[in-house]
Design a protein around this ligand. Structure first.
Ligand SMILES: [Ca+2]
Length: 357
């Protein structure tokens, strides 16, 4: 065999002692489970699949299993069958160095790197990442990671700074709220200012008794949150009714890393939809959450709802710029509605989805 970097679909394999099989940490890492007539054919099947890093073969049952895992997230274990053996594809930096990021001709018919059709360069194969010298396997949920692409992107995992900021972890983006959050309604409140709690009823400083803040996180666009804010005429309203209203909550799941959000419209007039909103975060004690100084501004801008958007549907996802901190509490305020000078009696929305880690 010539220089490994130029070898065509070749690999070197280390074999275990007889009486061993391979055990993956994650079931998804089993690529193939079939029968093969010989160890050589099973070994060849692994070699031909760039994802295969380990295989095991039992010459009695002829079971041939190919795995994406290696010894970083799998183990060679003893088994009752003395005819079972494990093969591990031998990997070293020299196999990767001569081709990474080069034109695809450098990795043609090579199992260690694949040609990216978008950049026409040699890149790490699926579920692995370039760490500067090799293509180690991407990591699974909660694993410690040190670079942005080190986590299994096919499982929606990203490498995120954890709540202590000391190391990073592979985490999955998800909705941060549950349907049983306790939500406090606000009026006459702007980012940085003290919170004014709204009570239920009709008119100034009230939210609708029938459409309270608990409807924001109930995952149901048929229910809405209606806040009258400073509006003293709940029938005809005014052009500025319900500006600077919203809510705050302390997430039941605890400190979370908010990266994006989206809002859903309610059932009636689109002029009553929110347009510009602010989001602040806090780790202060519950009793301090009414103080403006407890809150740190994370977002101020479009809420993602479009003009005359279809009723009871979500607007586009809005991303927070450069949020790098974890907060347990979030304050959400609507600064401006869609009314554009038209009188409205209140501001309404059917849901807010907070997305993060
Ligand atoms: Ca709702």
């Amino acid at each position: 065999m010539g220089s490994p970097a130029h070898a065509i679909y070749s690999s070197t394999v280390n074999f275990s002692l007889q009486g061993h099989e391979f055990q993956t940490q994650y079931d998804v890492q089993l690529i193939l489970n079939k029968t093969a007539q010989s160890l050589l054919l099973c070994s060849a099947a692994c070699n031909q699949n760039p994802l295969c890093r380990t295989f095991d073969y039992d010459s009695s049952s002829r079971r041939c299993r190919l795995f994406e895992a290696d010894l970083t997230n799998g183990a060679i274990i003893a088994t009752a069958s003395q005819t079972s053996i494990v093969g591990s594809v031998k990997l070293s930096a020299s196999l990767y160095a001569s081709m990474y990021n080069r034109s695809c001709s450098a990795c043609q018919e090579n199992r260690y790197q694949t040609c990216s059709s978008t950049t026409n360069t040699c890149q790490c194969p699926g579920n692995s990442y370039w760490n500067g010298s090799m293509c180690p396997l991407q990591l699974f949920a909660n694993a410690t990671c040190s670079q942005i692409d080190a986590c299994r992107s096919d499982l929606n995992l990203s490498c995120i700074i954890n709540s202590y900021g000391g190391f990073t972890q592979c985490l999955i983006k998800q909705a941060l709220s549950t349907i049983t959050e306790t939500v406090y309604a606000l009026w006459n409140t702007t980012a940085g200012s003290n919170s004014n709690l709204a009570s239920n009823g009709s008119g100034i400083g009230k939210y609708s008794s029938a459409h309270g803040p608990d409807n924001v996180f109930d995952c149901n666009t048929n229910t809405k949150y209606v806040n009258f804010g400073g509006c003293n005429n709940t029938a005809s309203g005014s052009p500025t009714c319900a500006r600077n209203t919203g809510f705050y909550l302390t997430l039941q799941r605890g400190a979370s890393f908010l990266v994006a959000f989206r809002l859903a419209t309610a059932d009636s007039y689109p002029q009553r939809d929110p347009r510009i909103i602010s989001i602040e975060g806090s780790n202060s004690n519950f009793t301090e959450l009414t103080r403006g100084s407890s809150w740190i501004l994370l977002y101020n801008g479009s809420c993602g709802i479009s003009i005359n958007q279809t009723r009871k549907t979500y607007g586009s996802i809005q991303w927070l710029p450069n949020n790098s901190a974890w907060y347990a509490s979030y304050r959400f305020l609507v600064n401006l509605a869609m009314n554009n000078g038209v009188s409205i009696p209140f501001i309404q929305y059917s849901g807010v989805e907070l997305l993060g880690y």
